[in-house]
Write a protein that binds this ligand. Structure first.
Ligand code: PLP
Length: 378
C-alpha cells in the first residue's frame, strides 16, 4: 500500500473480535497464557503491547524497515540506538544538532566509552574523508540539522557507509517518512522525536527508532526490552490517531512555511535566512532530490539582541516555546532553549549566537502569521 493509505488506516483491521476501526487501547501490564508453552503473542507490556505493536508495525511498513520500536521520548529512542555501539567505538555526528542529543552524547553516552566526532555533515567530502579514520563505527546525521537546517546528501553518505560497513543513522524528525525515507538512500536506522510532526498536536512525548535489517532490529528490540523506556498504550494510540492526518498536515505546514520564508527573506531587519526551501539555500537541490518537501522549520538572524527580546515579548500569533511540528506556530530562541546545554566554545564555532531565532510554522491562516511577523519586526 502507498504511504497515504498506510497512514489513513493506521491501526485499523487489527481487532477481529470486534471489528474496531480505531485500534483499541490495551492498558494491560500482563497477558494470560492459555497453557504452558502457549501464548497469545503477548506476555508483558514492556516486551510487547498490542497497541504499541500496531504503531510499531505501521512505522516499519512506512519506512520499509524490518522493525520499529516506540519509546517514551525521542531521546530514549536515541539512547537505545547509541547502545548498539561497543566501548571504544567512534561515531561521526552532525555538528549542529538538537542540543538534547548533544547532551545525551557528551554528558552521558561518553560513559559507555564511545567517542564522538562532530562535523558539518552537509560537507560530503569532509565526511567521507573522516570515515577513513580507524575505529569509526557509526555516522549519525540530523538532516535538516538543528538549528541551521543544513542538508546531508543521504545517497552519497549511504554509499560511503555501506562500503565501509559503518552503521548509518538518520534523525529524520524534521521531515518524517512522508517526505523522506532515508532507508531508500542507504540508512540503516532512522530515529524520530515523534513528539514533533508524527504526534503533531503538542500533546505527547514519544520517540521511534526503525531498523532496516532484521539483525539490527533484533538488537534494538533486545535493548528496548532490557532498558524499558517504552511508549505507553495511550500515547501509542494517540500517535496512531495523529498519523492518519500527517500527509495533510505536512502540506499545509510547508505551504505556510514557504510564505513565511519568502516574507522574512526580503525583510530589512533579517540579516540571514536558513530555510532549505529557498532556491539560494545551499541544501536546496540536494533536499529536492531526496525529499518530497522542504519541511516547515525556518531559522533566521536579526540585526540585534534587543530585537530578539522585542520579538519574543511581542508575538501575538506565534508562541514563544520550545518544540516544533504542531498546529500552533512556535518561535524558539535556540541559544537559551534547545541548545542551552552546548558548550560555549561549540556554540561559538557554529555561529549559534544571540541573534538567531527558529520558527516552527504551524497550521494557522498565513495572513495571521505574516501579520504577526511584520508587526514584531518593525
Ligand atoms: C531533531 C530532534 N531529535 C530528537 C529530539 C528529542 O526528542 P524528545 O524531545 O521527544 O525526547 C528533538 C527534540 O526537540 C529534536 O528536535
Amino acid at each position: 500500500m502507498k504511504t497515504d493509505t498506510i497512514l489513513a488506516q493506521a491501526g485499523s483491521r487489527r481487532d477481529p473480535l470486534t471489528g474496531a476501526i480505531s485500534m483499541p487501547i490495551h492498558p494491560s501490564a500482563a497477558f494470560q497464557h492459555p497453557a504452558l508453552g502457549r501464548s497469545t503473542g503477548f506476555d508483558y507490556s514492556r516486551t510487547s503491547n498490542p497497541t504499541r505493536k500496531a504503531l510499531e508495525e505501521t512505522i516499519a511498513a512506512l519506512e520499509g524497515g524490518a522493525g520499529a520500536f516506540a519509546f517514551s521520548s525521542g531521546l530514549a529512542a536515541l539512547d537505545a540506538v547509541f547502545r548498539l555501539f561497543s566501548p571504544g567505538d567512534a561515531v561521526v555526528v552532525t555538528e549542529d544538532l538538537y542540543g538534547g542529543t548533544y547532551r545525551l552524547l557528551e554528558k552521558f553516552s561518553r560513559f559507555l566509552n564511545l567517542d564522538f566526532l562532530y562535523l558539518d555533515t552537509s560537507d560530503t567530502a569532509a565526511v567521507v574523508k573522516i570515515l577513513e579514520q580507524p575505529g569509526i563505527k557509526g555516522l549519525f546525521v540530523e538532516s535538516p540539522s538543528n538549528p541551521f537546517l543544513k542538508v546531508a546528501d543521504l545517497e552519497a553518505l549511504g554509499k560511503a557507509t555501506r562500503e565501509r560497513g559503518i552503521l548509518f543513522i538518520v534523525d529524520n524528525t524534521f521531515l518524517t517518512p512522508v517526505l523522506c525515507r532515508p532507508m531508500d538512500f542507504g540508512a540503516d536506522i532512522t530515529v524520530y522525536s515523534a513528539t514533533k510532526y508524527l504526534g503533531g498536536h503538542n500533546d505527547l512525548i514519544a520517540g521511534l527508532a526503525v531498523a532496516r535489517s532484521k539483525d539490527v532490529s533484533d538488537r534494538l528490540g533486545f535493548i528496548q526490552n532490557a532498558t524499558g523506556a517504552v511508549l505507553g498504550p495511550f500515547e501509542s494510540w494517540l500517535l496512531l490517531r495523529s498519523l492518519k492526518t500527517l500527509p495533510l498536515r505536512l502540506k499545509k505546514h510547508e505551504e505556510n512555511a514557504r510564505n513565511a520564508a519568502s516574507f522574512l527573506a526580503g525583510h530589512k531587519h533579517v540579516k540571514k535566512m536558513y530555510y532549505p526551501g529557498l532556491p539560494d539555500n545551499p541544501g536546496n537541490a540536494v533536499l529536492a532530490r531526496q525529499s518530497a518537501g522542504f519541511g516547515a522549520m525556518i531559522a533566521f538572524e536579526v540585526d540585534s539582541r534587543a530585537r530578539v527580546e522585542h520579538i519574543l515579548s511581542s508575538v501575538k500569533v506565534f508562541m514563544f516555546a520550545e518544540s516544533l511540528g504542531a498546529p500552533e506556530s512556535l518561535i524558539t530562541f535556540p541559544l537559551v532553549q534547545t541548545h542551552a546545554d552546548m558548550d560555549a566554545a561549540v556554540l561559538d564555532r557554529l555561529g549559534l549566537h544571540d541573534r538567531l531565532l527558529r520558527l516552527s510554522i504551524g497550521l494557522e491562516d498565513p495572513s495571521d502569521l505574516l501579520g504577526d511577523l511584520a508587526a514584531v519586526l518593525e
